[in-house]
Design a protein around this ligand. Structure first.
Ligand code: AMP
Ligand code: TRP
Length: 351
């Protein structure tokens, strides 16, 4: 299900009555997180903490589906953990941990490798994009990555998964896997069919250099994205340099048709300000981009620089970050262990 607004979160809760509501989501510790990660996912994670129990994971096992320098992976795992906390994930309330510390993820992923069909995985557009022309040389892990993602969610029997728009297809696959497992092993409703929570105007933040391309960690131009670690001057400069068209801002949503860059900047403003795009259009109708960009730069600096500051403070004490991850892993394992015991029994593993 695709949700259009934040209030729809509670509506979605009623879709999973047979399972205790539980949120699970994760991000890969590869490169620095950017505005798309923040608006598409992280900002919603923080809000969801007020509505349901939440588990937030740093998915280091997903990261190694493409080569990672081991030292860089350690650094990046701590940095992403710091970003979660700095953005408002509360490790006392929510479970915050890194995936590789809980072996249930790998174990359940193996079972799911045997449940999911090659044909299903062949349809995954993210694999096609990431593997590119050199498919033969992609890691096998990259191909079965959606099975591991299904295992991440279902090891906890999580019901709600807040993500950006690009993860919708992977979540549909998770639902197919859950359904086939339940059917194959004669265990109706054992796994919930997890609901995607894709809400707000920031579910697909586009590149600042090209409004038709997603803002991405891997874009070679650093000016295409705002990193969560950028300082105030860098943020303001990137927004001023953002590509636009020569027309002033429109006075209605219809006026954004065919103007991908204008639409993107309005959506970013709306998501940062917690307003609807319509409100933002009403506020800036007829304005020149120079005026709007100054307002957007001020807003982005106001909202993002405290996060960067808090990240720096947290990263000054890596041992404390490691302690948070360890304690989160123990709490995560306590939830996954009984689920895995039941999976083993259902599959027919002795012992
Ligand atoms: P990743 O960086 O691929 O690990 O993505 C982590 C989370 O950020 C996922 O929920 C993605 O859907 C979300 N995300 C990544 N890029 C964007 C983007 N450009 N706009 C909105 N959400 C995004
Ligand atoms: N595949 C997600 C991404 O690239 C990250 C991810 C891994 C995830 N496991 C997950 C997201 C489980 C939600 C739930 O963005």
């Amino acid at each position: 299900m695709m949700l259009a607004c934040a209030s729809a979160i509670s509506a979605a809760m009623s879709d999973a009555p047979k399972h205790t509501p539980l949120v699970f989501s994760g991000m890969q510790p590869t490169n620095t997180l950017h505005l798309g990660n923040y608006l598409g996912a992280l900002k919603n994670w923080v809000k969801l903490q007020d509505t349901m129990p939440c588990i937030y994971c740093v998915v280091d096992m997903h990261a190694i589906t493409a080569w990672q320098d081991p030292k860089e992976l350690v650094r990046s795992t701590r940095e992403v953990t710091a970003a979660y906390i700095a953005a408002g994930v509360d490790p006392a309330r929510s479970i915050l941990f890194n995936q590789s510390q809980v072996s249930a993820h790998a174990e359940l992923a193996w079972v799911f490798n045997c449940v999911a069909r090659i044909g299903w995985l062949n349809r995954m557009t993210q694999f096609k994009d990431k593997a590119g022309k050199n498919r033969e040389n992609a890691s096998v892990g990259l191909f079965v990555y959606p099975n591991l993602m299904a295992a991440d969610i279902l090891a906890y029997r999580a019901t709600h998964v807040p993500v950006g728009e690009d993860q919708k297809q992977h979540l549909e696959l998770s639902r197919d896997i859950a359904q086939k497992f339940n059917l194959d092993f004669g265990a109706p409703d054992f796994f919930p069919l997890p609901e995607p929570v894709i809400v707000g105007p920031g579910t697909r933040v586009m590149s600042l250099r090209d409004g038709t391309k997603k803002m991405s960690k891997s874009d070679e131009s650093d000016n295409s994205r705002i990193n969560l670690t950028d300082d105030a001057d860098t943020i303001a400069q990137k927004i001023r340099k953002a590509r636009t068209d020569p027309e002033p801002l429109p006075d209605s949503k219809d006026g954004l048709k065919g103007r991908a860059e204008a639409e993107n900047l309005i959506n970013i403003y709306a998501a940062l300000a917690d307003h609807s795009p319509e409100t933002v259009i009403g506020q800036f109708a007829g304005a020149q981009f120079s005026v709007f960009k100054n307002a957007l730069a001020d807003l982005a600096v106001e909202k993002l620089t405290p996060i960067a500051g808090e990240m720096r403070a947290l990263l000054a004490d890596p041992a404390e970050i490691d302690r948070v991850l360890k304690s989160g892993s123990e709490r995560a394992l306590a939830i996954a262990a009984p689920v895995m015991a039941e999976v083993r029994r259902l599959v027919g593993f002795v012992g």
